[in-house]
Design a protein around this ligand. Structure first.
Ligand SMILES: [Zn+2]
Length: 381
């Protein structure tokens, strides 16, 4: 019988919910950077006239952090997602891309980057078996580590026995999900803990394989922080490597999520940061990319915004470019460059009202973003 809420549906503990943290978050102020990164190279979009855009020419600087701002409906998504992202995706042959919105041509230093990445808030995987640890590719080493343990060797359990995707070690009843979905006529599906494995996702004999007294289910139930502490406290190179691979999840402020947490239980903002963590983990093996983030601060408290900013710096220091569509002035004030669209929405928008540093934009009391930025950046009279 079903005895309680399904194991995989637990909401992550949100550190922002602690009263003390909430108080600190309300009083904590992200400092305005002392200087802005200069830029020389850029990618230009000329003649952008998709939707409400007024045939504008815009230069997107490379290897710095740029924020695209403007009121809702001013044309930000039309310019950044519909034109820039799709046009660059086609330019660099990145698989199936929708046709870009109407524009004349791309210009500038296209040879300076090798591709474009949209880091959005969509779920990290289509299957509910996908989870943070598989997404950032740390699970391969965890499987390797477990297959090297004495009990696994004795019984011939290899990597695949610890896989969610292949038959062999996973629970055949729930296919390694730990839960089963019961379809109800005329009602929403009901998710129940798998009776066969009691939510533990693997066959009993696979769960007998232990590394330092923990089985594979125990590992998947660890938070990112617990797992980093656990794996970094042991000497095996594989364990150390696992801890290193998990670090980016901590860097982007996701230390509280569980390694094996189903992708469907992650919020949009959390999914976005798992994707960012993935790119941070492989930054050394990548050509320079232009990363586009759509409203990345949604649902973040001030400490996590600071972590996000550090992640942006980490990407830029490796030669990547960060382009953010954002309303949050705590993030905008930290950008190296701001492109403000407007001045209004719909027919009243679609023009490029300002390009420059946040300091310069804060001087512009004729622009909504300029006024909003004044509360964050001291304006010289
Ligand atoms: Zn099961």
């Amino acid at each position: 019988m079903y005895q309680g809420p399904p194991l995989q549906q637990g909401q992550p503990c949100d550190p922002g919910e602690s009263r003390t943290l909430r108080f600190l978050a309300n009083t904590h102020v992200i400092p305005v950077p002392g200087s802005r990164l200069p830029w020389n190279s850029y990618i230009g979009v000329e003649g952008a006239s998709h939707n409400n855009l007024k045939a504008i020419d815009v230069k997107f600087p490379l290897q710095v952090f740029t924020a695209v701002t403007g009121v809702s409906g001013s044309g930000k998504s039309s310019l950044v997602r519909d034109i820039l992202y799709c046009a660059l995706g086609r330019e660099y042959n990145q698989g199936r891309m929708p046709a870009p919105g109407k524009f004349r041509r791309l210009t500038g230093d296209l040879h300076r980057i090798g591709g474009v990445e949209l880091v959005d808030q969509n779920p990290i995987g289509k299957s509910s078996r996908s989870n943070p640890v598989t997404y950032i590719k740390a699970y391969d080493d965890i499987r390797k580590l477990f297959s090297e343990q004495p009990y696994a060797r004795m019984n011939g359990y290899g990597h695949s026995h610890f896989s969610f995707n292949i038959e062999g070690g996973r629970c055949p009843e729930c296919q390694g999900e730990g839960v089963v979905k019961v379809e109800m006529q005329f009602m929403a599906d009901v998710i129940l803990t798998c009776e066969s494995c009691r939510g533990k996702r693997f066959l009993p004999d696979i769960l007998e394989v232990r590394y330092k007294d923990r089985n594979i289910y125990d590992i998947l139930e660890m938070t990112v922080r617990e797992a980093i502490d656990f794996f970094s406290s042991h000497d095996e190179p594989t364990a150390r490597r696992i801890a290193e691979r998990l670090m980016p999840l901590d860097q982007v402020g996701l230390s509280y999520i569980k390694l094996g947490q189903s992708s469907s239980s992650l919020s949009g903002g959390e999914s976005q940061r798992v994707k960012l963590a993935y790119f941070l983990s492989r930054e050394n093996s990548m050509t320079n990319r232009l990363f586009i983030f759509d409203e990345p601060t949604t649902g973040l408290h001030v400490y996590d915004i600071e972590k996000l900013l550090k992640s942006f710096s980490a990407l830029i220091s490796k030669g990547h470019t960060v382009l953010v569509v954002e309303h949050n002035m705590d993030l905008v004030k930290c950008a190296d460059w701001v492109i403000d669209l407007g001045p209004g929405a719909g027919d009243e928008g679609g023009s490029c009202c300002y390009c420059g540093t946040p300091e310069g934009l804060a001087q512009r009391s004729d622009l909504a973003t300029g006024l909003a930025l004044r509360s964050k950046i001291p304006v010289q009279q």
